[in-house]
Design a protein around this ligand. Structure first.
Ligand code: 4AD
Ligand code: MG
Length: 499
């Protein structure tokens, strides 16, 4: 009896007989030999089936993508193979033969892939992202445990808004209106007054009516909250967390990042200290001619890249027409499709970047920084930049007014480089009951609804603060994804809830 082994561990079984259970990921025939690529979730291995073994060879010549199989054979070292091993097959049991797997080597558009998300997640790229996501989540828990934080689970069904009323999903709670939570923060502040240092990590919901590459309607947010701290303390923690998460991904996921085509050089820059600028500095940067000429230079590099891609596309298309039908041609078609998407993307980027330059020059103090402005600012730095002290009017009621300048609040947004924009939003909290009530009224909120929250300022109030890190925003940046939808197993977007 061969031992059941996972592919990731095969290199410890060289020279021995093993059993693998997995799915057929690819097949190549070479006359008297068939090479099956089998994947089992832990890795992919080439299985060699020879014609001298007809019981295995016959089914192997026919078998389609994603057929489920149990394979036995002996493990051989092969320096050319991924993982350094291959399997010489003795028996092949087809658990289910599949001959019409919807996601073939053919090129597919995003819409098709999204409707087949339940199958799309089997692809190596999607698996790489999900593995990195797992590591990031694990590292988050380790990071906070090591610093004496207590994890507190905050409710998902809530009676009111915390981040503005426009993005609430409403529920019918036994005849009363209730909502899906936008943040755990308010409850976490209560917990911080009990336990000192706490964090929550769970799904949050925003009825964002914007179809951007940064917005999900359901996303996972990590939120720490600390008693006895100020804005600087909040920023120090955010900087330490982001640095550690990036370092861990670099350390444990080199091959996944490579598979994703992620250039790791910018990630290697992510070390403290992160630049810290105020919103007012940011406005000056946006309006400055030096910034505009930098952006224009970038635009030119971009144009050159687009032209190079177009030349390569023409070349590939010529090769495709000269290639007979078969898997080589399919591969080419796939490459052509990807390049076309890249070209469309670059073209769009070119347009938006040109518009950015215009928008930036006319930016006025007092406006909120939108995605475009964030993108520009983030491009000016080689690591995440922390922007503090936004105008009071554009920020949430719970943020503490800056005693040194009442026009602004003691908040921070962390903007990721390479155009990814805001990954963290946080602040020192308003710890004075009267000023908090005033802020609620200013924003048209009814203080009676938040009476329990105001209690926290009536019974032993202390300076405190925290932040929220959007897990999928963070992953989109670290993995170099063009769209946030690939950073979560089953994305929920405006107009998309299937599967
Ligand atoms: O800046 P936000 O709205 O902050 C809060 O919710 C605070 N209550 C957090 C706190 O201080 N405890 O959201 C925090 C982060 C953003 O920086 C972004 O990364 C992510 O959550 N985020 C989204 N991610 C995906 N889709 C959306 N629609 C998001 N909205 C916010
Ligand atoms: Mg924010």
């Amino acid at each position: 009896m061969a031992t059941l082994v996972r592919i990731a561990e095969l290199n410890q079984w060289i020279g021995q007989a093993v059993e693998l259970r997995g799915w057929v990921h690819g097949r190549r025939s070479g006359g008297k030999i068939v090479f099956l690529l089998v994947r089992d979730g832990s890795g992919v291995v080439q299985c060699v089936v020879e014609a001298s073994n007809p019981d295995a060879f016959e089914p192997a010549t026919q078998i389609g993508h994603e057929s489920s199989v149990i394979v036995e054979g002996s493990v051989r070292a092969d320096p050319r193979a991924p993982g350094g091993v291959e399997l010489a097959v003795s028996t092949l049991r087809v658990v289910q033969a599949v001959d019409n797997y919807p996601i073939a080597r053919k090129a597919h558009g995003v819409d098709f892939l999204m409707r087949h998300r339940h199958l799309w997640i089997r692809s190596p790229r999607q698996c790489a992202i999900l593995r990195i996501r797992d590591t990031v989540i694990r590292t988050i828990h380790e990071f906070f445990a090591a610093r004496g934080f207590v994890r507190v689970d905050t409710p998902i069904i809530v009676p009111g808004a915390a981040e503005g009323t426009t993005t609430l999903f409403q529920l019918d709670y036994f005849g009363e209106p209730a909502f899906l939570t936008q943040t755990g923060q308010l409850y976490l502040e209560a917990a911080a007054m009990a336990l000192g240092r706490v964090y929550c990590f769970g799904p949050t919901f925003r009825a964002e009516k914007s179809k951007t590459r940064r917005h999900l309607t359901e996303f996972w947010m990590l939120e720490p909250e600390i008693a006895w701290t100020d804005l600087d303390g909040v920023m120090d923690l955010a900087e330490a967390l982001v640095s550690e998460l990036v370092a861990r991904v670099l350390q444990q996921h080199r091959s996944d990042l490579e598979l994703l085509g992620r250039d790791v050089a910018p990630l290697e820059q992510v070390r403290p200290p992160f630049p810290r600028i105020t919103y007012s500095d940011a406005v000056e940067l946006l309006r400055s001619p030096a910034t505009h000429s930098r952006l224009r230079e970038e635009l030119e590099r971009h144009c050159a890249q687009l032209a190079a891609h177009q030349r390569r596309l023409a070349e590939l298309e010529a090769r495709w027409s000269a290639t007979p039908k078969g898997w080589v041609q399919d591969r080419l078609a796939q490459e052509i499709q990807e390049l076309r998407e890249e070209i469309a993307h670059l073209g769009q980027e070119l347009e938006t970047r040109a518009l950015h330059i215009e928008a930036a020059s006319s930016f006025e103090w007092g406006q909120d920084l939108g995605g475009d402005e964030e993108t520009i600012l983030a491009r000016l730095f080689d690591r995440p930049v922390m922007v503090t002290r936004y105008p009071r009017a554009v920020k949430a009621f719970y943020m503490k007014t800056d005693p040194a300048d009442p026009r602004v609040v003691l908040n921070v947004d962390v903007l990721a480089p390479e155009g990814y924009g805001e990954i963290i939003g946080g602040s020192q909290r308003e710890d004075d009951a009267d000023r908090l009530i005033e802020r609620m009224r200013e924003q048209g909120l009814d203080p009676a609804v938040y009476d329990w929250y105001i209690d926290l300022r009536r019974y032993g109030t202390v300076p405190h603060g925290g932040f929220g890190l959007g897990l999928e925003r963070f992953l989109a940046w670290v993995c170099g994804l063009r769209h946030i939808r690939e950073a979560i197993p089953f994305p929920r977007l405006m107009g998309r809830i299937y599967p």
